[in-house]
Design a protein around this ligand. Structure first.
Ligand code: UT7
Length: 343
């Protein structure tokens, strides 16, 4: 029998500095109206000079661990997803392991662009399902502001910085009911950032920043998110009407709304916070999950549909059965009526 898993803690961190659409009007030829109408974004957070994907990941992780009441020492593994790591190596997961003092945990990174967190969560759930590990920290953390060309209005209005983290623990109920992960690498040229890396063209300055064919990605995104959710729902043996809340990658409000419409899901069943953070790539789903919890939108037994797409091209979805956050407690011992003694 495979072992189930549950998210026992969720954390989120965003840098203090906020960059509004009005601030962007001073940088490039754009307007608050255009950005809001085309993307739904009002503002995004930007990392301070001394912040990195690992330093932000540590702060999000600490919040998740505190909620789960798990000590860093009790972690078996740390998987971090990022497309904007502190360096080529070591992995930010190792830096996070050190920063937390998780002295018994293994650590590695996953890069699947905006599908990174979902890929990491799916990976973590498999370690738990096989009984290999019991407690895994999964993080998505991004400093995209450092790989954005602030002169390119096609991209600079979309992205932001932030981090999200979850503690995944072996449990009797809850966790992933199904997941699907897909890739079509032939679409790599429509969304990429080359460097710094080992490919010869990665060293060219014009390949360093995020480059994107927005219209192409938009069309791909809606179709990919719809089909991934349908496939994951089928795999879980459920019906679309069983989805209590969709937690989509927060790339663009229009993409989220179009996906919900294509699936016949009422818009209120989609978690949305893209307006305040922009697209934070691999951090977007755990950040949205944390806010859904803060807004009391996650209830015992709820079926969540996490869904995402990104550079690769990659896309995927997971149907996740929710179980309340907090420590995994052993089942309470049955209470026996005590026999009255004496009179
Ligand atoms: O994690 C995955 C990351 N990527 C995405 O999710 C991106 C998916 N794509 C999108 O979100 C949308 O395609 C965008 C928001 C990037 C663009 O929206 P759009 O409705 O597809 O606009 P468009 O590219 O068709 O451009 C419409 C017009 C163009 O002007 P003309 O040719 O009609 O004169 C653009 O030059 O808007 C212009 N434009 C802008 N105007 C003001 C493009 N960017 C801007 C801007 N401000 N920032």
């Amino acid at each position: 029998m495979t072992i189930r898993s549950r998210i026992s803690g969720i954390g989120k961190y965003v840098p203090e500095r906020v960059l509004t659409n009005f601030d962007l009007e001073k940088l490039v030829n754009t307007s608050d109206t255009w950005i809001q109408e085309r993307t739904g974004v009002r503002e995004r957070h930007i990392a301070a000079d001394d912040e990195t994907a690992s330093s932000m990941g540590i702060l999000a992780a600490q919040q998740a661990l505190a909620q789960a009441e798990v000590s860093p020492d009790d972690l078996d593994l740390i998987i971090a997803a990022t497309t904007s790591p502190d360096g080529m190596f070591p992995a930010i997961a190792s830096r996070i392991q050190d920063g937390l003092g998780a002295n018994h945990a293994g650590a590695f990174d996953i890069n699947a662009a905006c599908v990174g967190f979902l890929s990491a969560l799916a990976t973590a759930s498999q370690f738990i399902a096989t009984g290999t590990y019991q407690r895994i920290l999964v993080i998505g953390s991004e400093v995209l502001s450092r790989i954005i060309d602030w002169n390119d209005r096609n991209t600079c209005v979309l992205f932001g910085d932030g981090a999200g983290a979850v503690v995944l623990e072996a449990a009797e109920q809850g966790g992933p009911l199904s997941f699907v992960l897909h890739s079509d690498g032939s679409g790599a040229s429509s969304l990429y950032a080359h460097g710094p890396c080992s490919a010869p063209n990665g060293l060219e300055a014009d390949g360093y920043f995020i480059s994107m064919d927005g219209r192409r990605i938009f069309k791909f995104a809606v179709q990919a998110m719809e089909s991934a959710i349908r496939e994951a729902i089928d795999k879980a043996g459920l019906d679309l009407s069983d989805v209590d809340l969709m937690i989509p990658h927060q790339a663009n409000l229009r993409i989220i709304k179009a996906t919900a419409k294509a699936l016949g899901l009422p818009p209120e069943r989609a978690m949305i916070n893209v307006d305040r953070y922009g697209n934070t790539s691999s951090a977007s789903i755990p950040m949205a999950l944390r806010e859904a919890w803060e807004q009391d939108r996650l209830h015992e037994g709820d079926r969540l549909a996490m869904v995402t797409f990104g550079g690769g091209l990659v896309w995927g979805a997971m149907i996740f059965e929710w179980s309340a956050v907090g420590p995994v407690r052993p089942k309470a011992a049955p209470v026996h009526a005590t026999t009255a003694s004496g009179s």
